[in-house]
Design a protein around this ligand. Structure first.
Ligand code: GDP
Ligand code: MG
Length: 178
C-alpha cells in the first residue's frame, strides 16, 4: 500500500477546504471550519493501486505565507496551491508560496528533487468578478513547471477530481524511485 501525503496551501478564503472537501466527498457544503489544522485520510484506488492518502489542510492564518509553509513543506510529497480568481491578492500569495516551496526544497535534504505541485484557480463560477485571467495562472504555472487548473469547488467535482488524480499519479511515479 502506498502512502501519499499532500498539502493544500493558499491564502485564507481561497477555498482550500472547499476544494478538498469536494474531492473527498463530492459535495460542497459552503462553510468550513478554519480555526484548526486538519489532516484528512482517505483510501482510494488509482490505476488499480491501493493508496492511503493523507491531506493536510492548514488553518487560515494571516497572509504570512512563510508560517503556513514551514510544517507541511518537509512533510508533503506534493502540493495543491489554491488562489481565488476573484481576488488578486490571493494570486500574489500563491506566487510567493510557489517560490517558497522551491526555496524550501532546495535548502532541505530533498535537494533539487522535483516536487509535484498543482496551481489551482478556484471560484471559476465568480468569473463576473474575475481579477486574475486564466492566462496569468497558466503562465505562472509554466514558470514553476507545475500543472494548472481553474475549478469551481461550488459547482463541479470533475475538474477537482482530475487534478488530484493527476497529482497523485505524479507523486506515485516519483516515489517509485525513492
Ligand atoms: P480556505 O480558507 O482557503 O480553506 O477557504 P474555504 O474553503 O473555507 O472557503 C472560503 C469561502 O469561499 C467559503 O465561504 C466558501 O463557501 C467559499 N468558496 C469556496 N470555494 C468556492 C467556489 O468555488 N465558488 C464560490 N462562489 N465560493 C467558494
Ligand atoms: Mg480552510
Amino acid at each position: 500500500m502506498n502512502d501519499i501525503k499532500l498539502a493544500l496551501l493558499g491564502s485564507q478564503g481561497a477555498g482550500k477546504s472547499a476544494v478538498l472537501v469536494r474531492f473527498l466527498t463530492r459535495r460542497f457544503i459552503g462553510e468550513y471550519a478554519s480555526n484548526a489544522n486538519s489532516l484528512y485520510h482517505k483510501r482510494l484506488s488509482i490505476d488499480g493501486r491501493q493508496l492511503n492518502l493523507e491531506v493536510f489542510d492548514p488553518c487560515s492564518q494571516s497572509s504570512e505565507a512563510r508560517c503556513i509553509l514551514e510544517e507541511p513543506v518537509d512533510w508533503a510529497d506534493g502540493f495543491v496551491v489554491v488562489y481565488n480568481i476573484s481576488d488578486r491578492s490571493s494570486f500574489i500569495d500563491a506566487k510567493n508560496i510557489l517560490l517558497q516551496i522551491r526555496e524550501a526544497r532546495m535548502e532541505n535534504c530533498k535537494g533539487e528533487v522535483e516536487v509535484p505541485v498543482c496551481l489551482v484557480g478556484n471560484k471559476q463560477d465568480l468569473c463576473h468578478a474575475r481579477q486574475v485571467c486564466e492566462a496569468e495562472g497558466r503562465c505562472l504555472a509554466q514558470e514553476h513547471r507545475c500543472h494548472f487548473q481553474e475549478v469551481s469547488a461550488a459547482e463541479s467535482y470533475q475538474d477537482i477530481s482530475a487534478l488530484f488524480t493527476q497529482l497523485i499519479r505524479q507523486v506515485m511515479e516519483l516515489l517509485k524511485y525513492r
